[in-house]
Design a protein around this ligand. Structure first.
Ligand SMILES: [Zn+2]
Ligand SMILES: [Zn+2]
Length: 404
């Protein structure tokens, strides 16, 4: 988590640089501000909520390692690190592949595919529930004796590697596209086009796809439509983590018999119908740029909260970290709703600002952070200013459609 704290500023800067380059190149379809903020909100939740799931993953890994590990691995051997990384990437391939083939796993992983854009911010659109499932695929590593520290570090390397491949601005890279996961072959993975479905699952190496028959090269003449066949059509990061599960619960009620109900969750997903990618229209709630600017400012402040949350996560008592993660969750959901133009979200956001002002005035500290009088005054004035800004935005869109 501490390493991620250092990575977050790098993510923010590189996203701004990519957006600026795309703008300069006149490629307006690369970024959409409300979509990018939504991706970043998902990234925030994957840490603030997913942090608890990660604890489960690590605890199970350590328990299995201590009880069953067959071999002793030297942490001083370069070869051991390379082997651990290869093992991790191999496990990742199967986790990722099953996440596209089995509904219960897809319900979590779908989050990563819910954007209809493909840029560096998409990389951060990570599910909050992933670690509830990943551990299953990593237990063989524990049995083989990969030490938990090594497991965590190679896992982080694998994850961070996948950041840079989420871009439309890097073209083909020749032979590398057939060895490593690259922007070209990962664009295919995020495509809805028929030839893109269930392809290119690798994390660092795309060699696994070539070994197990899931590799396909990007096609030059066919524009990729990014996203999923059953679109999310929402900027609510909580809903995107729950949407497929809500669907599965509905299907379970309708399914006959225990076997039928279990198949809803654990059966093989059906292959989608053929589709013409040129008819896909991206979800657009027509967020005015003034509202997007409000969202960007509030997202930035939420990000500051996340950094503080991550810095204290290990030291906080459980009830404190749970409360803090709920504060962050509510922020992401209400800001997302404002971007959608939802009337309820405008009201909820006003309540959130009021609660922040009240908390800054009355609480003895902010989750362990001392609150000198000047800081209390700044937060209160900031929340008041934001509320006035919000009211002005509300007036600007009196007929804003109510979105779910
Ligand atoms: Zn995927
Ligand atoms: Zn991806």
């Amino acid at each position: 988590m501490k390493i991620l704290m250092f990575a977050i500023p790098v993510f923010m800067v590189t996203i701004l640089v990519e957006a600026a380059i795309a703008w300069r190149m006149g490629r307006r379809g690369v970024y959409d501000v409300p979509d990018a903020i939504t991706s970043l909100h998902h990234g925030v939740l994957s840490q603030a909520i997913g942090g608890f799931a990660k604890l489960v993953d690590v605890a199970l890994y350590v328990a299995v390692y201590e009880a069953f590990h067959l071999f002793e691995w030297s942490r001083d051997s370069v070869l051991a690190w390379v082997a651990a990384l290869l093992l991790y990437d191999f496990s990742h391939y199967w986790y990722h592949r099953f996440s596209h083939e089995i509904p219960v796993l897809w319900g979590s992983h779908v989050v990563h595919h819910s954007s209809e854009y493909f840029n560096l911010s998409t990389a951060l659109r990570q599910p909050a529930t992933a670690a509830l499932f990943t551990w299953i695929f990593h237990l063989p590593m524990a049995v083989l004796g990969v030490p938990p520290v090594m497991y965590l570090i190679v896992g982080l390397v694998d994850l961070l590697y996948q950041y840079w491949v989420h871009t439309e601005l890097v073209g083909r890279l020749g032979v590398l596209d057939r060895i490593l996961v690259t922007p070209s072959n990962h664009r295919v993975h995020h495509g809805q086009n028929d030839y893109c479905i269930d392809r290119n699952y690798g994390g660092i190496f795309v060699l696994w796809d070539r070994m197990f028959g899931t590799f396909v090269d990007e096609r030059d003449g066919e524009k990729i439509a990014y996203g999923i066949r059953k679109p999310l059509r929402s900027l609510n990061p909580l809903w995107s983590n729950l949407q497929v599960y809500a669907d599965l619960i509905r299907q379970t009620r309708a399914a006959r018999g225990l076997a039928g109900k279990l198949a809803v969750w654990f059966g093989r997903m059906q292959a989608p119908e053929p589709m013409d990618p040129s008819v896909v229209r991206r979800y657009d709630p027509e967020t005015p740029s003034s509202v997007a600017a409000y969202g960007a400012v509030q997202y930035t402040l939420t990000m500051v909260m996340l950094l503080h949350f991550l810095s204290g996560f290990e030291a906080f008592p459980v009830q404190v970290s749970v409360t803090y993660s709920i504060v962050i969750l509510v922020s992401c959901v209400t800001i997302g709703g404002v971007l959608e133009g939802s009337r309820i979200a405008f009201a909820a956001e006003t309540v959130r600002l009021g609660a922040l002002a009240l908390a800054s005035m009355t609480l003895p500290d902010w989750f362990g952070l001392p609150l000198p009088t000047a800081a209390r005054a700044v937060v209160t004035a900031g929340a008041l200013a934001a509320a006035i800004w919000l009211l002005a935005l509300r007036r600007e869109r009196p007929s804003a459609p109510a979105a779910a």
